[in-house]
Design a protein around this ligand. Sequence first.
Ligand SMILES: Nc1ncnc2c1ncn2[C@@H]1O[C@H](COP(=O)(O)OP(=O)(O)OP(=O)(O)O)[C@@H](O)[C@H]1O
Length: 225
Amino acid sequence: MGTVLEAEGLMVGYAGAPVCGEVSASVDAGEVLGIVGVNGAGKSTVARTIAGRQASLAGDVKVHGLLIDPDAVPFRRQVSAVFDDDLFFPSLTVREHLLLIARGHSLDDPEGRVEEELRFFGLVGRSHAIPDALSSGQRRRLLLAAGLIRPSSLLILDEPEQRLDPRMRTALGERIAEHAKDGGAVVLVTHDPQLLLATASSCLVIDEEVQEFDPEQGASIIAGS
Ligand SMILES: Nc1ncnc2c1ncn2[C@@H]1O[C@H](COP(=O)(O)OP(=O)(O)OP(=O)(O)O)[C@@H](O)[C@H]1O
């Protein structure tokens, strides 16, 4: 189905100092790359660099064969990323956030798509609430809905399971798997072995040396066994 993401000799870090070993990986359409590792290993830094939110120290990252450029419209059209520190518009309601994204991406039937996401993420009853009036798990649901309502060929999720209840985690795993089945490529940073097993087709363990594992082994690594 074609390569969506290619990272070659990627070094990531801060102030010129790498936080982990060199990352080389590729993700095809229809694949989910799991990224695991202990706290502070560098997973989010890798994900942020791939998402174009910070510069790499060395190496190349290409999306659809083009070097990443967060200012380029084609890159932003292709890549949807959800990070924990993503911001909200403080005075827009849950529904207004989603409608803004749906309309901004020229979706057919934006109102209908917003209703679908509100239902999927269990936010119908809070659709008129502003972000400050949501619980932390509901805010996370809104961030995920915002990342998933828009089209993307590369979806980057940084610990999307955080603060979700078990039922929502399971539903999210099914949703990620479905996204890949529909041809999306996914990079999934996670500490949740179940989510990894339910979704990942390949897995990177981030450490001083970065290694590729099959997801079942990765799951046992993050489960601490
Ligand atoms: N803005 C920053 N400036 C300098 N160092 C940072 C910055 N953000 C993170 N770090 C450091 O970089 C290293 C990797 O952090 P990162 O957030 O990528 O780890 P992680 O694997 O995602 O961890 P966790 O599982 O705890 O989320 C850590 O040692 C962290 O303290």
